[in-house]
Design a protein around this ligand. Structure first.
Ligand code: GLY
Ligand code: MN
Ligand code: MN
Length: 440
């Protein structure tokens, strides 16, 4: 990707923030154990605005009262001795040329230069509390500014505003490059899920299926997942954030697979639930059909101008209808909806924003306090489910221990919607065919 889309994003964000200086560090390197670090992933906001993926870097971007933009990148300097150990670094000179920054300097000069920059601004856009080390270093910058300025100007440090919510609002409507990345992430995540259906069989461990899915993601070009894969067989499907993935799958069970590949920093988020030995049992099929109908009803509710939670309302109505038809809920439809009778078995929401973070930035409330309205370019998941705990005595035994979720990723378009993850089958017969080794 060229540097131009990142420059355009910086312009849009700086205009949204107004005059002042944005100081944005990338994600910190975190230790896993001993001196082993966790795999590094750049901060989402930082990557969004820079396209730069090395650790230990800070963006300092300014909009002046003349509406001029200026962007400086602070990064690790070239250091041949270190590069033998950690690999090549871009270094300041190439950062200017290749990434389109106005200036670039080694990290070591950050605070000295910030003293000059922050001494001249009235507004600093910086998120306190996210990076303690940086908070404390900025405090020292302010201390020095105060000492230097104590005769002339008693308010030495600028007003600090959190840029987070405004960057998030910008990220909510995806640009062309974001949509392209999400599309590709969806295509290769879909391939992983299809592979999972063909590969699953009784006797394998959940983590073996995980390896197969993730190997497919890697083979097709994804460096990492957008989140920990959930591979939940049998009753594990009733644990919503199950990630232990260490149980052996058995004949006759369902497996709920929630996994998404990340591509160019954007992730897909797909769930399918399918039979380990190729065929749904009757009780499993009964539950599956309710969730599928709810999911399709929710998908139809995605269109520009509708409230973001319209899919959830549609999913609830369809779920309650299905549970009534099955005899699990009794009474008037309207009353059941009013008292949220579905919640015992469908206890999560239907949608969240999707993008660089699996639960993406953006917020769900408009400034007037009402739920956000969908607009072309927004991307959200649609993922109703039903989960009957093995200990739930309020349902017939045949349903206990069954957990089903079906999750697709949807782009809001000007005329309606486009389901990005359509390539993974979800019709019951197609799922069975693929699980039995026949092409769906
Ligand atoms: N995979 C996380 C979620 O579906 O929200
Ligand atoms: Mn999701
Ligand atoms: Mn998911």
């Amino acid at each position: 990707m060229s540097s131009e889309p990142f420059r355009a994003r910086r312009q849009r964000v700086l205009n949204r923030l107004g005059d002042g200086v944005l100081v944005l560090p990338t994600a910190p390197v975190r230790l896993r154990n001993g001196d082993v670090p966790h795999a590094f992933r750049p901060g989402s906001d930082f990557h969004y605005l820079t396209g730069f993926d090395e650790p230990e870097a800070v963006l300092v971007a300014t909009r002046s009262s003349a509406r001029e933009h200026h962007a400086i990148l602070f990064l690790r300097p070239r250091e041949p001795d270190r590069e033998i150990w950690d690999g090549p670094r871009l270094g300041p000179r190439r950062a200017v040329k290749q990434l389109g920054f106005d200036e670039a300097y080694p990290m070591a000069s950050l605070y000295e230069r910030l003293e000059g920059i922050l001494g001249k601004t009235k507004r600093l856009f910086y998120t306190l509390g996210a990076d303690g080390l940086m908070d404390r270093s900025l405090e020292r910058v302010f201390e020095r500014l105060a000492v230097a300025d104590y005769r002339g100007n008693p308010s030495a440090h600028p007003v600090i505003e959190d840029p987070g919510p405004r960057v998030a609002t910008e990220r909510l409507v995806k640009d062309r490059d974001g949509i392209k990345a999400l599309d590709r992430a969806a295509v290769l995540s879909a391939a992983g899920h299809r592979r999972a259906m063909a590969f699953a069989r009784p006797g394998i461990m959940e983590y073996e299926l995980q390896a197969e899915v993730e190997a497919t993601f890697r083979r097709l070009g994804s460096r990492r997942n957008g989140y920990e894969s959930i591979v939940a067989s049998g009753k594990n499907a009733c644990v919503l954030h199950y990630v232990a993935n260490d149980r052996k799958m058995r004949r006759g069970e369902l497996v709920l697979l929630d996994a998404g590949a990340e591509l160019d920093m954007y992730t897909a988020d797909i769930t399918r639930t399918f039979p380990v030995s190729g065929t749904f049992s009757e009780p499993q099929a009964e539950i599956y059909r309710i969730v599928l109908r709810a999911q399709k009803a929710a998908l139809r509710a995605v269109s520009p101008g509708r409230l973001w939670n319209a899919p959830h309302q549609a999913a609830i109505r369809a779920t309650i209808d299905g549970l009534r038809a099955l005899g699990l809920l009794k009474g008037q439809r309207k009353r059941l909806i009013a008292k949220e009778a579905h919640r015992r078995w469908f206890m999560h929401g239907t949608s969240h924003w999707l993008g660089m973070d699996v639960h993406d930035a953006g917020g769900y409330i408009e400034p007037d306090g009402k739920p956000r309205r969908l607009r072309a370019g927004m991307v959200l998941t649609v993922e109703p489910g039903l989960y009957f705990s093995p200990r739930d005595r309020s349902v017939p035994e045949r349903y206990r221990g069954i957990g089903v979720r079906i999750e697709d990723d949807v782009l809001v378009t000007r005329s309606g919607r486009r389901v990005l993850t359509e390539a993974v089958p979800k019709e019951l017969s197609e799922v069975e065919r693929l699980c039995q080794g026949q092409e769906a």
